[in-house]
Ligand binder design. Structure first.
Ligand code: GLA
Length: 758
């Protein structure tokens, strides 16, 4: 059993395969956090210390015990107004202005299976197959008549614990939530680093690692969306923790709206870490008798470094967040029209692109922005999801022709947006988030539709379904290209509820779409990776990772993304060189190797490629298909940090350990180069590994197949000791000494080597 309760000492213990989580209802009925970390037996209440501390107040009910203060004790779910002056997880106020609450342990329930959350995405798991369990701890403030349920979901084999909170207003008065976080973690010590993932449009999820220091280090999105700027993923790591060693903790929020995450040291050097809804413009009314559910957060602990922590998150997202038909299926290799022709096309152009896609053995053609309403520029048309027949003729006919070529058909939508120059806006100007009488903030010349209103969601849903049915459409790219500025619903909803209700509207739309079209593949997108989060992945199994398709920038973006998200969730495409975002020149094979570590596709006009390049693409596509299930289902290892500028390297090992795919991209070239070695991970040190596929050689003309082998008989496939074609390497040496990166002439060269365990 993953969850146990020691009645006598009122201690709850959660055991996963390699971690233990413990909390206790103390003698004053407060729920104190005792421990989270490396697996342990026994009680951890010995960690609590009590001392009389100046200016740390004592709750009334502890009498003259001046050593008991909630300002110093580690708490499970701290609320404002209890004399804990650190960052609270819950801030409540009644309509008549009484602030604060004091939560006491009331009761608990343990049951098999994992809870789900109404209207919100959440990790799912099975009672039998996953041995998942749920713990519900109920806290109560009898004065305020508030009931709080702390939910814990446990997936023991995956080392995953999830948390969410439900707040019930049992009073006769309306209350407001000014903050309601999903999780709080207090540690009695503090020698940690905090990793966050910052960025900007076209340069998302750069890791930042800094020591947790006195004060509060906060990341927050006030944009109504999880954002390009910060990702809702926080990692707390032992100062000494590295990729392959040391203790580290992740908090990954399953939510797509504004969020906040915090880590800091208190006055006594104790660490607090939190994640949940952003409290920016959050003042959520809960009527008497009603309740509020926070989004869920995923917690994970690894005692074996960051790499192990990421793999736990990957497994959780891959098999317990992503759902439906496409979850375990190899995703179709696509050609997206955006960088190939942007908004300028007609039916002929589209059919030509599709024919080219077929000629390259791709599976799916995606018609991006520009096919609807009056959309000849990005200043108009959003909101009018009807076919621009002047441009592409009859959509059904077009799709029939594309299906007739043996391709799937996909199409782009940006359902949450409206241009002022659209029929929709002219008919319903109040459907936009805007303040009447004030000029709105425009971004990309568009406004955000008020998805907190059911009639708005319904109207767009009908339009989108009509197009999907007309196609029929096999794939949808769901885009979202600005941040919310005016937090104001013209339907009269209180401003403090709008941002959260907006996200519920979005989830409602997506849930209905997933139910109505169970085989539809949806790719999330928000100007690339502006809404790359576990909430979206519950509906959209893959997300366009970034609008930046420069492969060298992509090395960094995909590296940062890999800390919390699996390769199978990252949309990655081969585009032209020089790159359209930054002009960098890179070999086709390099672009391919990098895009292959994602949901693979092309985003260019193949008609502009030479025959030699097309021949290489056909070989690349065949290789990608050969390794697609290894890539999407295997264990991912970061071998180097590409931000350091040396060779970028990563490795995927099949779950049964028999297959290994190593990818390396050189970033720095010098005369008279020193030799770089890349050390592999996750192999059997006793085993031998046969190099059986060298891939292409990016340094050679692209019509000559066959790449360099690492070391020894470079460029040639000799006979190994077993008499098979290929070179055999020892697992121990591959991990200890590594593979030499070929010394070749040329910039940004890529190598991709496939090994089979002997
Ligand atoms: C966003 C997306 C792009 C493309 C354009 C179309 O920027 O991220 O991939 O779809 O919109 O306008």
């Amino acid at each position: 059993m993953a969850i146990s309760y020691d009645e006598l000492n009122r201690i709850f213990t959660i055991q996963t395969k390699d971690s233990t989580y413990q909390m206790m209802a103390d003698r004053h009925d407060r729920l104190l956090h005792l421990y989270y970390g490396r697996k342990s037996a026994g009680r951890m209440d010995y960690l609590l210390t009590y001392a009389d501390r100046g200016f740390s107040g004592n709750p009334y009910d502890v009498g003259d015990d001046r050593a008991y203060s909630l300002d110093t004790l580690p708490q499970e779910y701290p609320s404002q107004g209890t004399g804990d002056y650190r960052s609270p997880a819950l801030v409540v106020e009644t309509e008549s202005g009484k602030a604060g609450c004091d939560l006491r342990f009331d009761s608990y329930k343990i049951r098999d299976g994992k809870y789900s959350l109404p209207k919100l995405p959440a990790v799912y798991a099975d009672a039998d197959a996953d041995r998942a369990q749920t713990l519900v701890v109920t806290l109560r403030d009898p004065e305020a008549k508030l009931r709080v349920e702390l939910l814990y979901g446990v997936l023991p084999e995956l080392n995953i614990i999830t948390r969410a909170v439900v707040i019930y207003n049992d009073s006769d008065e309306k209350i407001y939530l000014n903050r309601a976080l999903s999780a709080n973690l207090d540690f009695v010590g503090g020698d940690y680093d905090l990793m966050t993932f910052y960025g900007r449009h076209a340069m998302e999820r750069t890791p930042q690692r800094v020591p947790v220091s006195h004060g509060e280090q906060v990341v927050i999105s006030r944009r109504g969306t999880s954002s390009h700027q910060y990702n809702p993923l926080l990692i707390l790591a032992d100062r000494e923790a590295a990729e392959t060693a040391g203790s580290c903790y992740a908090m990954e929020l399953v939510y797509s709206g504004g969020f906040m995450g915090m880590a800091g040291l208190d006055q006594f050097g104790q660490t607090r870490m939190q994640i949940g809804l952003s409290d920016h413009m959050f003042h959520y009314p809960v009527e008497s008798g009603a309740s509020f559910t926070t989004p869920e957060t995923i917690l994970s602990f690894s005692g074996g470094g960051l790499s192990g922590l990421s793999r736990q998150l990957h497994d959780c997202i891959r098999s317990h967040v992503v759902r439906g038909y496409w979850r375990d299926r190899v995703r179709p290799v696509l050609l997206n029209s955006w960088e190939g022709c942007y908004l300028t096309f007609d039916a002929e152009k589209i059919l030509n692109l599709a024919r080219e896609a077929k000629g390259l053995n791709l599976d799916l053609f995606v018609l991006d922005d520009g096919w609807f309403g009056k959309r000849d520029s990005d200043n108009s048309g959003l909101g009018d999801w009807f076919v621009n027949e002047k441009k592409i003729g009859d959509l059904h006919r077009l799709v029939e022709q594309i299906h007739g070529m043996g391709l799937l058909f996909g199409i782009w939508f940006e359902p949450e947006m409206v241009n002022e120059d659209s029929n929709l806006f002219r008919a319903h100007p109040d459907w936009a988030l805007a303040i009447p009488g004030r000029k709105p903030v425009r971004a990309r010349n568009q406004l955000v539709l008020d998805f907190s209103r059911r009639e708005v969601v319904d109207a767009i849903y009908d339009q989108v379904c009509r197009i999907i049915d007309m196609g029929p459409v096999d794939y949808v790219k769901w885009d979202y290209n600005r941040s919310i500025a005016e937090v104001y619903s013209q339907a009269g909803r209180e401003a403090g509820a709008v941002l959260y209700d907006y996200i519920l509207g979005l989830y409602d739309f997506l849930e209905r779409l997933c139910t109505r079209y169970p085989k539809l593949l949806i790719e999330g997108c928000s100007g690339g990776g502006g809404r790359f989060d576990a909430g979206m992945l519950y509906y959209t199994p893959q997300i366009w990772c970034s609008d930046n398709t420069d492969p060298i920038d992509r090395l960094r973006i995909q590296y940062g993304t890999s800390f919390g998200y699996p390769v199978s969730s990252m949309g990655a495409h081969v585009s032209v060189s020089p790159n359209e975002q930054d002009g960098r020149v890179t070999p086709l094979y390099t672009r391919t190797v990098i895009a292959m570590s994602g949901t693979f596709g092309y985003e260019l006009d193949p008609a502009k490629m030479s025959e030699a390049e097309k021949a290489e693409v056909r070989r690349d596509v065949a290789r990608q298909k050969r390794y697609a299930s290894l890539i999407s289902g295997g264990d991912y290892y970061r071998l180097t940090d590409p931000l350091k500028g040396g060779p970028a390297a990563w490795e995927i090992v099949s779950k049964d350990g028999t297959e290994i795919l190593v990818s390396i991209v050189t970033q720095n070239n010098h005369g008279n180069m020193t030799q770089d070695y890349v050390r592999l991970q996750g192999l059997d040190k006793e085993a031998l590994y046969l190099l059986d596929d060298n891939g292409e050689d990016a340094a050679k003309a692209s019509d000559q197949p066959g790449g360099s082998a690492p070391g020894g008989q470079n460029s040639s496939m000799g006979l190994n000791t077993a008499g098979k074609r290929g070179i055999v390497y020892g697992g121990g040496a591959l991990m200890e000494a590594g593979l030499p990166v070929p010394l070749r002439f040329g910039e940004y060269l890529a190598y991709q080597w496939h090994f089979t365990r002997q």
